[in-house]
Ligand binder design. Structure first.
Ligand code: AMP
Ligand code: GLY
Length: 424
């Protein structure tokens, strides 16, 4: 079989490595992939947002199945366009991807179906939004409605900061058209948990939970990033919390989408906060998380392609999806300066024995060499039968990998480990 994977980051590398365990899969194309992915797939220089290019490539090369991984092509309707040509896909269609594409849609859905989330108001007009700032307490959270590369959230400590944030989004358009409409929502407190779930629109199968580390520096200091590391499972996500989530959040969300005529098929990402009032939804994503996928898929015992096909064919109910009881840790090695300015083009050295522990996010091949080409360069992953060993192991692998200006956090999993020890 020939499979096409749209995207080119660490998440896509993890998906491709998992897919290749299935012997039915002979060829994997990555559009566009990256220099590291090129060791595992045929990379084709077609951008993830080039829907016509993707569809033409898929039909010309008689691709049997497509996995659309990033948010942009999903929201732009890549799945609809591929399916129109008879190519089965993993990923939601455009109508369902709106759950991530519009935060206002997601909030409205939750309100209508009583799914627990932060209280909020939506505004299309700056004056109304500014007036609303008089009525609320601080800190408050201001979010651009549309996709903003994961950056469209500003936490404002007081009214003046909130005014500045609103003006920068709605007037100065720092997040482009994404900020024409904004949401102002209640500030929630508590540990965050990411839960990715397979769903075919009827059945929902949560994967193992994980914890992202979004800030650039140790002790959760510095700027927000795309994620500097992850661990799985997340110790804050107890069995009791899982039961509540299933009953109050996961099943109601899938049912709500179905009743709205937007059957969601693919991976639905629940960004949760475990508050004193119970778990609440911070955000939905219509796709696998990055770098959550890098710790979740190595713990999936059932064959990934088998699960994906069951999702596409809406027969997930018949499949027993199993996860290992091990733990996993992913440490992201980035280029110094990320998420702001950083240099590119440094040679990356990865010992051969670590090939299966590295998911490359931002690198380009230059002859035999692999050179840095992005802010987040690669993720280093280890699994073990306990979290402490998984963390130790991934950091010992990090020590063996080198490139100039490499930067990584030293405390990935520290909070999770402290929580586990407290619970013992
Ligand atoms: P997002 O881009 O939606 O993932 O938001 C980025 C981060 O902002 C989240 O991971 C949270 O840490 C924080 N955040 C978002 N919404 C809220 C909220 N209502 N209360 C507190 N923190 C929030
Ligand atoms: N790790 C957060 C995300 O994928 O959006």
């Amino acid at each position: 079989m020939k499979i096409l994977v749209v995207g080119g980051g660490g998440r896509e590398h993890a998906i491709i490595k998992s897919l290749k365990k299935n012997k039915l899969i002979e060829t994997v194309y990555a559009l566009p992939g990256n220099g590291g992915i090129s060791s595992d797939a045929i990379c084709v220089d077609i951008g993830a947002k080039d829907i016509d290019g993707i569809v033409n490539f898929a039909t010309e090369n008689m691709v049997d199945y497509a996995v659309v991984a990033p948010d942009d092509p999903l929201v732009l309707g890549a799945v609809d366009a591929l399916e129109a040509q008879g190519i089965p896909c993993f990923g939601p269609n455009k109508a369902a991807a709106i759950i991530e594409g519009s935060k206002a849609f997601a909030k409205e859905l939750m309100k209508k179906h009583s799914i627990p989330t932060a209280r909020y108001e939506t505004f299309d007009n700056l004056d109304d939004a500014l007036k609303y700032l008089e009525e609320i307490t601080y800190p408050t959270v201001i979010k651009a409605d549309g996709l903003a590369l994961g950056k469209g959230v500003i936490i404002a400590g007081n009214k003046a900061e909130a005014e500045t944030a609103l003006k920068s989004m709605m007037t100065d358009k720092i997040f482009g058209e994404s900020g024409s409409r904004v949401i102002i929502e209640e500030f929630l407190e508590g540990p965050e948990v990411s839960v990715l779930a397979f769903t075919d629109g009827h059945t929902v199968v949560p994967m193992i939970s994980s914890m992202d580390h979004k800030r650039a520096c140790d002790n959760d200091e510095g700027l927000n990033t795309g994620g500097m590391g992850t661990v799985a499972p997340n110790p804050y996500y107890t069995e009791k919390i899982q039961e509540i989530c299933m009953k109050e959040i996961f099943i109601p969300t899938v049912e709500a989408m179905k009743s709205d005529g937007r059957v969601f098929k693919g991976c639905l990402y629940f960004g949760l906060m475990i508050t004193n009032d119970g778990p609440k939804v911070i955000e939905y994503n219509c796709r696998f998380g990055d770098p959550e996928t890098q710790v979740v898929l190595p713990l999936l015992k059932t064959d990934l392609f088998t699960v994906m096909q069951a999702v596409t064919e809406e027969r997930l109910v018949d499949l027993n999806v199993e996860f290992s009881s091990d733990s996993a840790c992913c440490v992201i090695m980035a280029s110094k300066g990320y998420p702001e300015k950083y240099d590119k083009g440094y040679k990356i050295t990865i010992p051969k024995h670590l090939k299966d522990n590295v998911y490359v996010a931002g690198a380009q091949r230059c002859g035999e060499d692999l050179l840095t080409a992005g802010g987040r360069v690669l993720g280093v992953v280890a699994t073990a039968d306990n979290l402490e060993d998984a963390i130790k192991q991934s950091y010992s692998f990090v020590e063996e990998i080198s490139f100039d200006n490499a930067y990584y956090r030293h405390d990935i999993g520290k909070r999770a480990l402290a929580r586990l020890k407290k619970g013992e």
